[in-house]
Design a protein around this ligand. Structure first.
Ligand SMILES: [Fe+2]
Ligand SMILES: [Fe+2]
Length: 314
């Protein structure tokens, strides 16, 4: 029998079996006792993993046996993540330059390496399991855009790039950086990605789907827990330094939160079918709303948030 290591240093084989809620709890614990930026850096040093070492052959075997409809369903869920990882890799660099403190800058360099690793992990999965392989990575990423709804495209492709460009042009303008961290770390990572990851990993675990992918994706979630805690800590400190910064965080949440919840909600035409199967179409946006609420509280704000429907009564 293999020995279980703490989640902190668990290898990929163990992460395959780890319930995603155990990983997501790290974030809640981190929000109770916010670690220092240096501690987050040390966690990164302890939590290395290799996208190269994953053997995807059991996943490939499952994919080959799937019908057309199931393949489509898997593609819709996973494409937003693959493309999203590439978008966050491409847009983080200006944030590093603009960070006001050295310890913040040092941590963010680790995040840039993480996001690149996440992109490579997905590129391998799409090529070796799903068989989507263009010569250039850019062409693969263009190809999967068709599987993202327009709200996902607005947040992950357009908004992340726009805000990063503002930061690049005016790195000393703290408002741009605060809007950027609110969008990138709180909305994209701390709200949308957490809800999406949880939905996908729970479904895969219950159905014993894609075991090799699950190990890597759980390692991705563990990395994201460091990123989200960094973002919340940064915004909290910016507001403590100058209360006027709260206005910028609130404006960014007002601007992006509703679109983020809509992006996670199934299309209107699919909702009757989902209800007919006695499933809850709003489980992901509701989880996302709860996640956002927790982060806002730790940042030190109180504000109204969009409404997500309650669970249906069957
Ligand atoms: Fe990532
Ligand atoms: Fe991240």
């Amino acid at each position: 029998m293999s020995i279980e290591l703490p989640l902190e240093n668990a290898p990929l084989t163990q992460l395959q079996q780890t319930p995603i809620d155990n990983v997501l709890n790290i974030i809640d614990q981190g929000l109770v006792h916010l670690p220092s930026y240096r501690e987050l850096f040390y966690r990164w040093e302890r939590q290395q993993w290799r996208a190269e070492e994953i053997d995807f052959s059991p996943d490939r075997f499952q994919w080959e046996k799937m019908g057309q409809q199931e393949r489509q369903d898997r593609l819709y869920g996973l494409s937003a993540f693959f493309r999203g990882e590439a978008c966050v890799t491409d847009t983080l660099a200006p944030y590093i330059t603009a960070m006001p403190d050295e310890e913040m800058r040092i941590f963010l360099t680790t995040q840039l390496a993480d996001e690149a690793r996440h992109t490579v992990f997905f590129a391998r999965f799409f090529k070796e399991v799903l068989g989507i392989d263009k010569t250039r990575l850019e062409d693969t990423l263009d190809n999967i855009r068709q599987y993202m709804n327009k709200h996902l495209q607005y947040i992950l492709i357009d908004s992340l790039a726009d805000v990063a460009e503002h930061i690049r042009q005016e790195p000393k303008n703290l408002d741009h950086l605060i809007e950027g961290i609110t969008l990138y770390h709180v909305i994209v990572e701390g709200t949308m990605a957490l809800a999406g990851q949880r939905g996908i990993l729970e479904f895969y675990r219950q159905n014993n789907l894609f075991p090799a992918f699950r190990g890597g994706f759980t390692a991705v979630a563990r990395d994201e827990s460091r990123h989200v805690v960094f973002g919340v800590k940064f915004l909290r400190e910016m507001i403590q330094r100058d209360a006027a910064n709260a206005r910028v965080v609130k404006a960014a949440i007002d601007k992006y939160a509703q679109v983020a919840f809509t992006a996670l909600t199934p299309a209107d035409e699919n909702i009757p079918d989902i209800l007919a199967m006695q499933q809850d179409p709003w489980v992901s946006p509701r989880y996302a709303l709860d996640s956002l609420r927790k982060k806002i509280k730790v940042i030190g704000l109180s504000m109204d948030l969009p409404v997500v429907p309650p669970p249906p009564l069957f």
